[in-house]
Design a binder for this molecule. Structure first.
Ligand code: NDP
Length: 300
């Protein structure tokens, strides 16, 4: 059997960012609205700082307004809620993202639920989860949205396909399941209590791995020809023992890529698969939010 074709999420995401940038420019020239994204970060976590910087740079590259609010680690929950209220009321800001994790003294869900659902570009607000579940327009979480875009680009019509999603988190697994159900897949959600996970995975025409366990899903868990979407981002020590001893790491997915690529029909690599789609979808969501605020059809 032929080796799987490797899905280039990086190239796809670049095209998506260009499309969103062009649409945002049209929105600004035709309606005088420049989409604006506010990113809020509390504390100094280096990984979070890097994510926030990347988001800001990509937002500017897409010709949108980017505001970054860097707050000290001792910020109180009330101070953070006051900033959210101010951003909710700011007509120039269409998307609000609070970088997670927040410091332990702050209740993350209270903060996320304070964001206006219409500006909740991460799609984590309970109202947006509800809208997705009942099929109303809302904000869709970026990682599952990006994964769905790759699948539709690769496979076209998904209807009738068996989809197995490993992982049931509110930010990836569950919304992914809702999206694939919306595409008329037959959806199964697996998790840590699932019995005989390998056999279940072998029934999948579409296998989405969102587990957070390095290379857990093996080649013989995969149905020949299946489309495999690997959402996992896991840091493991370098293969080179000398570099490993120096503390050097590399990033792997939840799927054993080298095995899976021999069995699957298509597969996303890690890095360079789903990861880059997440920021691109954040911009797409910000553009959508700006259109809705202006009463303009986002597809225009
Ligand atoms: P969570 O830790 O919130 O959820 C993991 C899920 O996997 C849980 O539902 C858990 O089951 C399930 N699980 C854990 N162990 C097993 C097992 N042995 N067998 C079957 N299921 C298992 O993770 P997230 O959903 O937040 O993230 C998943 C992965 O995706 C991570 O690697 C993360 O880094 C990555 N990620 C990547 C993003 C991107 O590409 N930009 C964005 C977000 C996440 P149970 O519920 O029973 O505990």
């Amino acid at each position: 059997p032929a080796r799987a074709s490797v899905i280039d999420g990086k190239a796809f995401s670049q095209t998506l960012v260009e499309r969103v940038a062009a649409a945002a420019a049209r929105l600004e020239s035709a309606h005088g609205v420049k989409p604006g994204l506010a990113v809020v970060i509390v504390g100094e976590d280096p990984a979070s700082q890097l994510y926030v910087r990347n988001k800001g740079e990509t937002t500017l590259k897409a010709g949108m307004r980017s505001d970054t609010h860097r707050l000290p680690v001792e910020t109180t929950q009330d101070e953070l809620l006051a900033l959210i209220a101010q951003l909710n009321a700011d007509a120039g800001i269409h998307g609000i993202l609070v970088q997670l994790p927040l410091p332990k003294h702050i209740d993350s869900s209270a903060v996320l639920d304070a964001i206006s659902p219409d500006k909740d570009v991460d799609g984590f607000h309970v109202v947006n989860a509800g809208r997705l579940a009942v099929g109303l327009p809302g904000m869709i979480p970026c990682t599952p949205l990006g994964s769905l875009m790759l699948l539709k680009d690769q496979l076209g019509d998904l209807s009738g396909l068996n989809a197995v999603i490993v992982g049931r988190s509110n930010i990836v697994g569950k919304p992914m399941a809702q999206l694939l159900l919306g595409e008329s897949c037959t959806v199964t959600i697996a998790h840590s209590r699932t019995r005989d996970l390998p056999a279940l995975c072998r029934t999948a025409d579409i296998l989405v791995a969102a587990v957070g366990r390095p290379e857990m899903i093996k080649g013989d868990w995969i149905k020949p020809g299946a489309a495999v979407i690997d959402v996992g981002i896991n840091r493991v020590s370098s293969r080179d023992p000398v570099k490993a001893a120096e503390g050097k790491t590399r990033v792997v997915g939840d799927v054993d890529f080298n095995e899976a690529v021999e069995v699957a029909g298509r597969i996303t690599p890690v890095p360079g698969g789903v990861g880059p789609m997440t920021i691109a979808c954040l911009l797409a969501n910000t553009y959508t939010a700006a259109c809705r605020a202006a009463g303009v059809d986002p597809e225009e």
